[in-house]
Design a binder for this molecule. Structure first.
Ligand code: GRG
Length: 296
């Protein structure tokens, strides 16, 4: 299987799905929602939904709305994370952030709108047995809400300036980023009716992949430039893996998480090949792990 070809084809299907589910309308809010949602991005989460659906031979048309919903929730989190009250970022996905183009008020509503639309889209999905749809929607709600991503973001806000220990960084990232990635894998599997043992394997894969993804994201983001607290002029502890493990240690942890993800789905056969290739690809983005450290 050629991963780049697979990813490009799945990305196109997701783009078409998003375009259909959120068509243009003559409101500024809709324009702003589409501005952020259709701005590119790797589309990792919806592709994971589709790839997990393939493992259980779920019909594509049943899984696609769930894939698009996961991308809507992810995009909402980015729009809100970029706001001045959070990370205060000016650029996202290579373009000016939502609030810099549309203003803070509308950017808040873009996030609110995308989150809410995601649940409408899942509730309206055709060709999914009601019990499966309900279980998938519940999995997404748990992962996106206070028990997952929103709770993780709150922990991250509270941790700023405190000591960044490995346990704290892991707890933040498991919820802030890992929960939605795990839910993406679970959702595709649940819609396709995965039995409990298979769902457990795919959940473990998602958890390890989420950890690997976050470590790699931290590595790619790390600049080694100290960040100062403007009021006290103290260096702010950053809740990132390279900050607590060093760049080499972070690479080793990412490689271990990838291997654990691959072990979790080792018995699954050729239908799981895209999931395997994605795990390898996610970690390869960080560059090779140091050989001596990897052996320890
Ligand atoms: C504001 C409720 C709320 C939550 C925010 C996920 C998150 C929580 C904030 C995003 C901040 C951030 C950059 C986290 C690092 C990991 C991450 C989610 C990176 C962006 O995801 P990618 O790389 O982005 O999949 P694309 O643009 O490719 O979709």
């Amino acid at each position: 299987m050629h991963l780049e070809t697979y990813l490009a084809a799945q990305r196109r299907r997701v783009e078409r799905g998003l375009e259909t589910l959120l068509p243009p309308a003559r409101t500024r809010l809709r324009e702003a929602m589409r501005y952020s949602l259709l701005a590119g991005g790797k589309r990792l989460r919806p592709i994971l939904v589709l790839a997990a659906g393939e493992v259980v031979r779920a019909p594509f048309r049943a899984v696609l709305p769930f894939a698009c919903a996961l991308e809507m929730i992810h995009t909402y989190s980015l729009v809100h994370d970029d706001l001045p009250a959070m990370d205060d970022d000016a650029v996202r996905r290579g373009r000016p952030t939502s609030h810099t183009v549309y203003g803070e008020g509308l950017a808040i509503l873009v996030g609110d709108g995308l989150l809410t639309e995601a649940f409408r889209v899942m509730a309206e999905a055709r060709g999914v047995a009601p019990a499966r749809a309900r279980a998938a929607i519940l999995a997404v709600a748990r992962a996106a809400g206070e028990l997952g991503m929103v709770g993780g973001q709150a922990l991250d806000l509270a941790a700023q300036g405190g000591a960044a220990t490995l346990a704290r960084v892991r707890a933040i990232h498991r919820r802030k980023t890992g929960a939605l990635i795990t839910a993406s894998v679970r959702t595709g599997a649940i819609v396709g009716g995965a039995r409990p043992a298979l769902l457990r394997r795919l959940t473990a894969y998602g958890e390890h992949l989420g950890l690997a993804f976050q470590i790699v994201d931290d590595i790619l983001d790390s600049t080694d430039v100290p960040v100062f607290d403007g009021r006290t002029d103290r260096v702010l502890a950053k809740a990132t893996y390279p900050a607590v493990l060093g760049p080499a240690g972070a690479r080793v942890h990412a490689a271990r998480a990838r291997d654990a993800a691959l072990r979790a789905i080792a018995p699954l056969g050729p239908a799981a090949e895209p999931l395997r290739a994605i795990a390898v690809h996610v970690v390869a983005r960080a560059g090779p792990a140091p050989v001596a450290a990897a052996a320890s």
